[in-house]
Write a protein that binds this ligand. Structure first.
Ligand code: GTP
Ligand code: MG
Length: 198
């Protein structure tokens, strides 16, 4: 799928700031600097819509982008980076949990994991919320251009057992080569255009 239109709508810290328009949503979560914004930009074929940076912790609010006038992409703030000020880190947990648990329009959460890193305790917190709030999720294993095929396959296997997921739920991706882009779009479209089983 080619994104025909995309616009930045809003930055929110809490429900009072979420957009009112009742569109289905796909949220993107992951630790700081994992490549969330790069994934969103690659999916939307935008150069720098969701701002990318080499300064970890750049995205600290919940950012809503309207895609093709019929979906919201939601860029959640990153977590787990030590250099981020303590107040910012403390804010992350209630801000993200509130979004995940209260949001009836959320159809899919895309959790992004760097192929070179072990999942960390913050990733485990997200997994717990996915289960607790019965949220459909998939895992994107990003930056696969940085490792060999064998290393990527090994990590996929590990992530599969960490998340207790099927192989199809762990998608290898690279913002550099575009690998995985079509597969992720197919999953997103499947989640948006079929009624979720709750
Ligand atoms: P925060 O918003 O700061 O938490 O970061 P983020 O998760 O949005 O990450 P961002 O997209 O800004 O990317 C962080 C760094 O990783 C940047 O230097 C990107 O160029 C780089 N990067 C992201 N995706 C890939 C990828 O697939 N391959 C490679 N080689 N580098 C990537
Ligand atoms: Mg970002």
């Amino acid at each position: 799928m080619k994104a025909a239109s995309v616009e930045f709508v809003k930055s929110a810290m809490g429900p009072e700031h979420y957009p009112q328009e009742p569109l289905p949503e796909v949220a993107f979560a992951g630790r700081s600097n994992v490549g969330k914004s790069s994934l969103i930009n690659t999916l939307l074929k935008q150069k720098n819509l969701a701002r990318t940076s080499s300064t970890p912790g750049r995205t600290q609010t919940i950012n809503f982008f309207k895609v093709n006038r019929n979906i919201f992409f939601v860029d959640l703030p990153g977590y787990g980076f030590a250099n981020v000020p303590v107040e910012v880190r403390k804010r992350w947990r209630p801000m993200v949990e509130e979004f995940l648990k209260g949001d009836k329009r959320l159809r899919l959460v895309v959790l992004i994991i760097d192929v070179r890193r072990d999942p960390n305790p913050d990733d485990a917190i997200l997994l717990e919320w996915f289960r607790q709030y019965a949220l459909p999720f998939m895992v994107v294993m990003t930056k696969v251009d940085k490792v060999s095929r064998g290393e990527a396959a090994q990590r996929r296997h590990e992530l599969r057992s960490f998340f207790n997921a099927a192989d199809d739920d762990i998608i290898p991706f690279s913002a550099v080569t575009g690998e995985g882009r079509e597969t992720i779009w197919r999953r997103i479209q499947g989640a948006i255009f079929t009624d979720p089983i709750k």
